[in-house]
Design a protein around this ligand. Structure first.
Ligand code: XMP
Length: 513
């Protein structure tokens, strides 16, 4: 595997995505994790040092032991990582006279035939994405310049003998046109087997679960989404009858959700499932609460209370399994506790109470959604289920800004059902990453059948995305929007106005709360 050392860049996890797209397993580890004594280092066949917001010229800036160069494995430094390699090996870093941000053209140093540049620089140039204020101004011994930009030398450097390379730009971001090829060349130089395939991932996750859980018993919280379903299927393969799934009908679900889950688990997969009816518990606790973070925390805590209560009833349960994904972890608390800022407390991570009686098991914690879908397919999960849009743990509560009432939830549930039905009917469902309706706490005046109405408004939101970390709003034809709006207003008594959300992420988030 490749070990990625994180110096706090916002896009570190994109490096991981790109490497895994090359069918190579990788892990991210924070720069201050005592890397040389970490278990992962013994398995690492190469290192990548990420970018970061600091300057290597500042005294206490993040750094790493020079002994990583004695490991004799290939190392690639990106941006901050590139500068750090130079600093550690005796090169010089200075403040750039001209900062480079965004699209930049770099030119190959034609004399060098480095494998790192194989099949790149077709016309001697590459379009890359830069974001730096410091630059390398003197190379360490053994390094040569492989490419430079108009304003800066050493855009790519390499020491072929030691297999150490540095790039000032970000090959992991979409805007570096051939970014993935640079990473592929590095993987080839490191001579790493590209065997991180869905079959392999599935086998290794099942093996890991067997070891982690042993003879103990597990409950798995289902949300109705792909992630918790795949978690349950993996557990079922690993520990069979020691698993009981719990589905909490909390009154915040979409239409037909509870029935579909019951059918899938009990009838189709024949996995032990307990459906807990807890609508009143959730709605009573959410009464009068309109702060989004408070809602999330209350829901997270109630879920755990219900799970713990059920675990007690079932006796001898040691683990609670959840379908937490890598982006959930990063956006909530950051996997490693440091770099990323808290945006929202996703209920299955940040919303958990500090003290819990059950141990957590989260087999998908380092995986991305596309990887989870591939594993699901490996585990015979039906395509229509696999392609379901993500649905957040806190459910309709976070699509109902302001105080939640049963009446509002029921309006939202109906409108949501119509929007999804419409997307399926027009064969648009699979064109979007996620589609949702938000019920606004705003009433507006309308006129229907010559009479005045004063009813709620709702928002249609649909986005395209590959992992939920960034998203662009989707666009539909006027006919589709008009038919959907008509259906909602005609069929949902209580909504008289429909709006369409044209906000991307960032600056918005996908859910409204
Ligand atoms: P945001 O709103 O943060 O959402 O842009 C990104 C993706 O995550 C889903 N989401 C959640 N999933 N528990 C989950 O399991 C949560 O608390 C949660 N909050 C948001 C959201 O639906 C989108 O796909």
């Amino acid at each position: 595997m490749i070990l990625i050392i994180d110096f706090g860049s916002q896009v570190t996890q994109l490096i991981a995505r790109r490497i895994r797209e090359l069918s190579v397993y990788c892990e991210i580890i924070p720069w201050d994790a005592d890397i040389l004594h970490n278990k992962s280092i013994s398995e690492a066949k190469a290192l990548i040092l990420s970018g970061g917001p600091d300057s290597t010229r500042v005294k206490k800036s993040p750094t790493i032991s020079k002994r990583i160069f004695d490991l004799n494995i290939p190392i690639l430094g990106i941006c901050y990582g590139h500068q750090l390699i130079c600093k550690l090996l005796g090169g010089k870093i200075s403040k750039s006279e001209k900062r480079e941000f965004g699209k930049t053209m770099i030119r190959r140093n034609s004399k060098n035939q480095s494998l790192f540049l194989k099949d790149l620089f077709k016309n001697n140039i590459e379009e890359v994405w830069m974001s730096h204020g410091d630059a390398v101004t003197e190379l360490p011994e053994g390094f040569v310049e492989l490419a430079s930009s108009a304003t800066s030398s050493f855009s790519i450097i390499g020491d072929a003998a030691r297999r150490v390379f540095g790039v000032q730009f970000h090959p992991e971001v979409f805007h570096t046109v051939n970014g993935k090829k640079f990473l592929e060349n590095f993987v080839n130089i490191a001579n790493i087997n590209r065997n991180w395939t869905p079959v392999k991932i599935t086998e290794s996750l099942i093996e890991k679960l067997k070891n982690e859980i042993g003879d103990e018993r597990v409950i798995c919280g289902l949300s109705g989404g792909v992630d918790s379903t795949v978690t349950a299927l993996l557990l079922h393969r690993a520990i069979k009858n020691s698993l009981t799934c719990i589905f909490v009908d909390n009154g915040l679900l979409r239409k037909h959700e509870a029935n579909q889950i019951e059918f899938l688990f009990k009838k189709h997969f024949k996995i032990k499932l307990k459906v807990v009816k807890a609508k009143n518990l959730f709605l009573q606790n959410l009464k009068g609460v309109s702060n989004p973070e408070k809602k999330r925390k209350i829901i997270g805590k109630l879920f755990i209370n219900v799970f713990e209560r059920e675990a007690k009833k079932l006796r001898n349960i040691s683990f609670l399994a959840q379908g937490t994904l890598y982006p959930d972890v990063i956006e909530s608390t950051s996997v490693h506790g440091k770099s990323a800022a808290t945006i929202k407390s996703h209920h299955n991570v940040g919303g958990l109470p500090k003290k819990m009686n059950l141990k957590l098991v989260e087999p998908l914690k380092t995986l991305f959604k596309d990887e989870v879908r591939k594993i699901g397919s490996e585990l015979n999960l039906d395509k229509t289920f696999l392609d379901r849009h993500p649905f957040p743990g806190p459910g309709l509560a976070i699509r109902c800004p302001g105080e939640i009432t049963e009446k509002k939830l029921s309006l939202l549930r109906e409108a949501d059902n119509i929007f999804l039905e419409q997307l399926r009917r027009h064969k648009l469902y699979n064109n979007v990453w996620q589609a949702l309706v938000i019920l606004l706490p705003v009433k507006s005046v309308g006129v229907m059948g010559d009479a005045r109405t004063h009813e709620y408004s709702c928002v249609l939101r649909a986005v395209s995305s590959t992992d939920g970390m960034t998203a662009d709003f989707s666009y539909f034809k006027r006919e589709f929007l008009s038919e959907t709006s008509n259906r909602i207003i005609n069929e949902v008594k209580g909504i008289n106005r429909v709006l369409f959300d044209i906000t991307s992420k960032p600056p918005g988030t996908i859910e409204w709360e």
